[in-house]
Design a protein around this ligand. Structure first.
Ligand SMILES: Cc1cc2nc3c(=O)[nH]c(=O)nc-3n(C[C@H](O)[C@H](O)[C@H](O)COP(=O)(O)OP(=O)(O)OC[C@H]3O[C@@H](n4cnc5c(N)ncnc54)[C@H](O)[C@@H]3O)c2cc1C
Length: 297
């Protein structure tokens, strides 16, 4: 393996964990436009520095990054507009009920949504939306998704498919080379599909499993994916993975921030999102994992 400074390193095993990069929008802009992405601590510091003189912000993207940035900026007293192509924020991941709940939560905290809209250009502090409307923005934050950073894997000739393809041991098409985290697409025993997810806990657990396998274990990665998302004082905990579902079953009430939302396909529960019910979330994780292999087996 060759490093950027030209040095060459030999290896017995190699782990690729290069994560993902924000998708960049080709957004025409003039001088004075302050456009940011958020992936690294440097990105975060740049946004915070821009806030010193800012009163208004436009966020493009109604998924997790966009909405969590919205909540953070509202906490700092910034006027926030969020534009996004989706009809309901987060609908594709969490369904219309939870998505509408999250939208209402943000609206209660003063966020204005422009749904079915993207930004077409930024002129100084003016953002133009697809419908022609212009919004004032001292800063613009773009949160329109990420792409797995697979250039290294492609150069190395590894099998890639919208991520690096790995087997259940997180080993790539080249024996001895492993991949974990946002770049890895693995055979998920819960959904029966090859999936790639962008969750902190998945990256952490995959790192642990890959390390054990590098050390000689043959441990399949079978953990149910888990993430949390914080909006003001509401944390949504989600376990499992549901791209599509037949039915959404809500126990409790979203409005009282006390519920468990199950995403079901036929007889199977694919995923469970909870608000204010951490124990139920842990039990759901255990049940999901038991559907694949008996606990303790
Ligand atoms: C703002 C933000 C908020 C988030 N909030 C949540 C959340 O609430 N819950 C949740 O579950 N997940 C959240 N995530 C997602 C979570 O952070 C990622 O899923 C996780 O960091 C993935 O870990 P990773 O190790 O695969 O990649 P990363 O954390 O991206 O780490 C990859 C590392 O590899 C380095 N790298 C890349 N290419 C090269 C190269 N060629 N050579 C050397 N080094 C390289 C990068 O610089 C980086 O340090 C959030 C992400 C962001 C950006």
């Amino acid at each position: 393996m060759r490093l950027g400074d030209g040095r060459e390193l030999g290896f017995g095993s190699l782990l690729l964990a290069t994560g993902a990069d924000p998708i960049r929008l080709e957004l025409p802009s003039t001088a004075g436009a302050r456009i940011f992405y958020l992936r690294t601590i440097a990105d975060c510091r740049a946004i915070l520095a821009a806030l010193n003189s800012a009163k208004t912000a436009v966020i493009v993207g109604t998924s997790f990054i966009g909405l969590e940035v919205a909540a953070s900026l509202r906490a700092r007293g910034i006027e926030v507009h969020v534009a996004g192509l989706d009809r309901v924020p987060l609908e594709r991941v969490l369904g219309p009920e939870v998505g509408s709940f999250v939208q209402a939560l943000h609206e209660q905290h003063g966020v204005t949504f422009h749904l079915g809209q993207s930004a077409t250009r930024v002129d100084g502090t003016q953002v133009t939306l697809t419908n022609g409307r212009t919004l004032q923005a001292d800063l613009v934050v773009l949160g329109v998704g990420v792409r797995p950073a697979i250039a290294l894997a492609e150069t190395a000739g590894l099998t890639v498919d919208r991520g690096i393809t790995v087997n259940e041991y997180l080993e790539t098409s080249a024996p001895g080379i492993f991949a974990a985290g946002d770049i890895a697409r693995w055979p998920d025993p819960h959904s029966g599909e090859r999936i790639r997810v962008e969750h902190w806990v998945v990256a952490q657990r995959q790192g642990q499993v890959a390390a054990r396998n590098i050390l000689g274990s043959r441990q399949p990665f079978a953990a149910a994916p888990f993430f949390w998302s914080q909006h003001y004082d509401v944390a949504i905990n989600y376990v499992g993975h549901a791209d599509k579902w037949d039915a959404i079953v809500i126990e409790g009430a979203l409005s009282s921030h006390d519920c468990a939302v199950s995403y079901r396909k036929g007889e199977r529960t694919l995923a469970v999102a909870t608000i204010g019910r951490d124990l139920a979330n842990l039990r759901a994780e255990r049940l999901l994992e038991a559907q694949v292999a008996p606990v303790g087996a």
